[in-house]
Ligand binder design. Structure first.
Ligand code: NAP
Length: 490
């Protein structure tokens, strides 16, 4: 069995605004519990939750224990450990818009000997700026770290505004902008695969790679959050951050070291090298869709409460990176809700062999493909052509070299949640897996003209069947280049 070494962190105070919300309940509290049972939360550390609801700390601890029972696997839920864990939790009733509610937090932090202080903004984005202002006003921001959830703005202008409001109180080196895709095990492994092996680097360019597909497909729809989602859409929710970050990590040059700014400098170069998509070209190279109803599942227009909504629940696009390494290798990005399966993966399809010596054999030689799977079953698969075993004749078949992490890591292995790594990195002060402000802006600079082209065209999103692979236009987008999407299968 493989054992992972736990690197200790300094005792900390982690203050979570929005502790009663969905993200805190479903993710943040459970991942902190996992770090606790792995022995990584130092004794005196405190998790201080804030929200407007009126609870005592004891009531909140009871609720947290219930939330853990729901979110943590049965195998890992230990009532005695859960009891010890929730004793690290504290609750303060606080309306961040009021100047009065901050005394208790000030008092708790004033008396603290813990070395690290981090404020986690797990609240609606409209509250980011008021909270940061209060932290500045009360002198709590000093020597602390600020954790900001996505979205970082709605477009370039709002992202710049948010940057200047937060920047009035925090320096860039203290800001941790979360894109949880960067904390996923497979994404880390993409770095290991590319930069700890000699094998792939000579092939990792347009001479050998035909095209790259990046897919993030969900089976769920907006699930009652239609009103909230209607102001966002798939482009802002998924492409601007998660998909572009995956594209950057796939396409970037090797950084000179595995360090926050070296990595982020290289990712920024990729974003800046993206061929702009504007006007007619944007319409030709992008497809947006909206899901229809299925038996027992409402269509997007019924869920959004806006019968005329043009918000996209699906996007497919063809991107080109203007660089020596990638000119001539398109990147096809695709994301959507209510699709056939829950899948997130990067597929590198290599160019075909220049000539087949197996002319007589009817099995076609398929180009090699490297599939980097983020979910489900995180792992890597390298598809190669091999001979069908046996004496019955010479036939070829496509065989995956399977590196599924769960299968290779022992029975006790639990795939760590991306947030576990990210929260511990915040405590360690390691910004490598967090987006820098110039990356966020460069991503919006590329996205904004596409969204503008959609708006100006007046063309509504294309409808697609729930639990399908998306709209027909997405298929056409790639088929006209004589390529095809990899099936969306879990
Ligand atoms: P949510 O369920 O709506 O929770 C919002 C939290 O903010 C609640 O705890 C609420 O508690 C608190 N709150 C609201 N107004 C407040 C005020 N004036 N003062 C103090 N607290 C206030 O939101 P969420 O889904 O957890 O999302 C939180 C953030 O994470 C958002 O920025 C979201 O975009 C981001 N995010 C969420 C997810 C997810 O899976 N949920 C994923 C990625 C990113 P009270 O009502 O008790 O005050």
């Amino acid at each position: 069995m493989m054992t992972s070494k736990i690197i200790p962190v300094d005792p900390f105070d982690l203050v979570i605004f929005g502790i009663t919300g969905d993200l805190a309940r479903r993710k943040l509290i459970p991942v902190l519990y996992y770090r606790f049972i792995d022995g990584q939360i130092p004794k005196s550390s405190r998790i201080i939750g804030l929200a407007r609801s009126a609870f005592s700390t004891q009531q909140f601890r009871n609720q947290a224990r219930e939330a853990l029972k729901q979110a943590v696997s049965e195998k890992h839920f230990d009532p005695a450990l859960a009891k010890r864990f929730v004793s690290c939790l504290h609750y303060i009733k606080n309306d961040v818009n009021s100047d009065e509610d901050w005394g208790e937090l000030q008092k708790m932090l004033k008396d603290s000997d813990n070395k690290v202080l981090a404020f986690y903004l797990s609240v609606a984005p409209v509250l980011f700026s008021p909270i940061v202002k209060q932290l500045g006003r009360l002198n709590l921001a000093k020597n602390s770290r600020l954790v900001v959830e996505k979205p970082f703005g709605h477009d370039l202008a709002s992202a710049r505004k948010l940057k200047s409001q937060i920047g009035a109180v925090y320096n860039e080196h203290a800001i941790y902008r979360i894109d949880h895709y960067l904390g996923k095990e497979t994404v880390q492994n993409l770095m290991a695969l590319r930069f700890a092996n000699k094998l792939f680097e000579p092939l990792w360019n347009t001479n050998h790679v035909d095209h790259i597909q990046i897919t993030a497909a969900e089976t769920l729809g907006v699930e009652g959050r239609g009103e909230y989602y209607d102001n966002i859409g798939a482009m802002r929710d998924m492409v601007q951050n998660h998909l572009l970050q995956l594209l950057c990590l796939t396409a970037m040059e090797p950084p000179y070291k595995f360090d926050a700014d070296a990595m982020r400098d290289e990712k920024l170069k990729v974003l800046r090298a993206l061929q702009p998509l504007t006007g007619e070209e944007a319409l030709r190279k992008t497809v947006r869709g909206q899901y229809l109803a299925a038996p027992g599942a409402p269509g997007y227009l019924e869920e959004s409460h806006n019968k005329d909504s043009q918000t996209e629940t699906f996007v497919a696009l063809k991107a080109q990176i203007n660089s020596w390494r990638w000119a001539g290798t398109p990147f096809y990005l695709r994301t959507g809700k209510r699709l056939r399966s829950q899948v997130a993966e990067i597929v590198i399809t290599f160019r075909s062999t220049p000539h087949s010596i197996f002319g007589e054999i009817d099995t076609p030689i398929r180009p090699n493909a490297l599939v980097i799977r983020l979910q489900p079953d995180e792992g890597l698969n390298l598809f190669i052509m091999t001979k069908d075993p046996g004496p019955g004749g010479f036939r070829l078949r496509e065989t995956p070299l399977d590196m599924t992490f769960a299968g290779n890591s022992g029975d006790d292995w639990r795939p760590p949640d991306a947030y576990e790594r990210l929260i511990m990195d915040i405590i360690r002060g390691n910004q490598t897996l967090f987006m820098r402000d110039d990356e966020v802006e460069a991503a919006w600079e590329w996205i904004d003209p596409i969204m503008m082209a959609w708006k100006n065209s007046g063309v509504p999103p294309e409808s697609y069947d729930s639990y399908s692979s998306g709209p027909a236009g997405a298929v056409e987008l790639i088929v006209r280049d004589n390529r095809r999407w990899r099936d969306i299968v879990a």
